[in-house]
Design a protein around this ligand. Structure first.
Ligand SMILES: [Zn+2]
Length: 191
């Protein structure tokens, strides 16, 4: 009887540990980024949204990766710039897995994108946007995934390469090229 009690205690203790662990996992340190925002509402309320975003919601970015899933993180605010323009400003990060173009081995990199886009309600307002600014037309609802995806793609390196790539560039004539003699049989033909 006594041993059963001990066992029961142990089990209870185990169950408690599992629950605690479960709570830790479930505790939302990071939350999911909303799929859409009303940037004008965000602006009026002076609010910021931030959270995780699945790479699966960014198919074009995912296509450039050696992976099938992953999670990006982004933070977005809407505020008025000194020149009076209302801008969507933000930051996005994601771990990308590319291919080094020198050694053709996998290359893991933390991609970071900082962006600022002038926000206008109607297309006709685009004429008031400076050429040096990127702009976005949005009357009310803005889908976040395409925006974040575009900014992360723009932050991708033009050519992915390890910082200290160990692949050596060889400029030697390969052995096979040495032994190949395209005209070797010519003498025989002339006989
Ligand atoms: Zn490399």
């Amino acid at each position: 009887m006594h041993s059963e009690l001990v066992l029961l205690k142990k089990m209870r203790l185990k169950a408690l540990t599992i629950t605690e662990r479960g709570c830790n996992i479930l505790a939302p340190m990071s939350r999911t980024l909303p799929l859409t925002i009303d940037p004008w509402l965000l602006y009026r309320r002076n609010e910021t949204v931030e959270g995780d975003l699945s790479l699966c919601s960014m198919p074009h970015l995912l296509a450039s990766q050696n992976r099938k899933d992953g999670v990006a993180w982004a933070k977005i605010a809407v505020l008025q710039r000194e020149d009076g323009q209302v801008v969507i400003t933000g930051e996005a990060t994601v771990d990308v897995n590319l291919t080094c173009q020198r050694c053709l081995q996998p290359l893991d990199e933390l991609l970071v994108a900082h962006f600022e886009l002038v926000l206008v309600k109607y297309e006709r307002q685009l004429s008031s946007v400076s050429d040096s600014d990127d702009a976005i037309v949005c009357a009310d609802t803005l889908e976040l995934a395409p925006l974040i995806e575009q900014e992360l793609i723009l932050a991708l390196p033009m050519i992915a390469k390890h910082d200290n790539c160990q692949a050596a560039y060889t400029n030697e004539v390969s052995e096979t090229a040495d032994t190949q003699q395209p005209f070797a049989n010519l003498k025989d033909l002339l006989k």
